[in-house]
Design a protein around this ligand. Structure first.
Ligand code: PEP
Length: 252
């Protein structure tokens, strides 16, 4: 049985006290309301990680949104997977489209980051997704295939087993445009088939693939009921405790 995961991505939002307050609310609401075996995770700015980890009480997983690929060194301003792990986090988003777009992160660099996350016992939530142009010109299957092959598929099978994938069409992130359940299911099935070709059907069956892109409590039920959608990566709606926990509850 694949793990169902709803992960929030707070991006560069919420000052320290705001983050602690929202996280406490989420923990309390999940504690009262979660009935299924889904996992809720919040991927917060680095400065929040240690403190929210102390508030999590095992009810909500804690993740970062990025890491440097090296454990330490002369990389002023950067933060490593080793540091993130030591602050109490267990997850990290790798290859979010905003990192690819604004920080020029390539598939090759993302592979290095993924290896560093795994080495330091963090679960990577590895993002793939096509732009609007790529969707419109019909090249999106090729684009996704390349992101998977270059970013992930040189991992050995044991390492790959620890990866969570998030399909996030760039045109749906923060735009209010959501992929239809059919569009999302088509891509999730494609990703699963690519995993099967690379690692075998058993691994493909066990890999959690999340949908991200303007997902909210209104559209999550139709998305999460699709056979290859195992949860969501949630941006805007993770900044309100009720909105986020309502999405988590879709799996109750
Ligand atoms: C995201 O940033 O990963 C995301 C899915 O954002 P939003 O839900 O706001 O579209």
């Amino acid at each position: 049985m694949r793990k169902k995961i709803v992960a929030g991505n707070w991006k560069m939002n919420l000052d320290y006290m705001e983050g602690l307050s929202l996280f406490s609310e989420i923990v309390n609401m999940i504690g009262d309301e979660k009935k299924g075996d889904q996992t809720a995770v919040i991927c917060a700015p680095f400065v929040h990680l240690y403190s929210i980890g102390k508030l999590a009480g095992g009810k909500v997983g804690v993740g970062a949104q990025n890491i440097h690929q090296n454990d330490s060194g002369a990389f002023t301003g950067e933060i490593s997977a080793k540091m993130v792990k030591s602050a109490g986090a267990d997850y990290v988003i790798i290859g979010h489209s905003e990192r690819r777009q604004y920080f020029a992160e390539t598939d090759e660099l993302l592979l290095e980051k993924t290896k560093s996350a795994l080495k330091n016992d963090l679960t990577p939530i590895f993002c793939v997704g096509e732009t609007l142009d790529e969707r419109n010109n019909g090249s999106y299957f090729e684009v996704l295939k390349k992101q998977l092959q270059n970013g992930l598929f040189s991992l050995n099978a044991t390492d790959f087993d620890r990866i969570v994938i998030a399909y996030e069409p760039v045109w749906a992130i923060g735009t209010g445009l959501t992929a239809s359940p059919e569009q999302a299911q088509e891509i999730h099935a494609f990703i699963r088939a690519e995993i099967a070709a690379a690692y075998g059907a058993g691994t493909a069956e066990e890999t959690s693939i999340l949908y991200g892109g303007s997902c909210n409590a209104g559209n999550a039920p139709q998305l999460f009921v699709q056979p290859d959608i195992d949860g969501g990566l949630i941006g805007g709606a993770s900044l309100k405790s009720r909105d986020f926990t309502d999405i988590v509850k879709v799996f109750n």
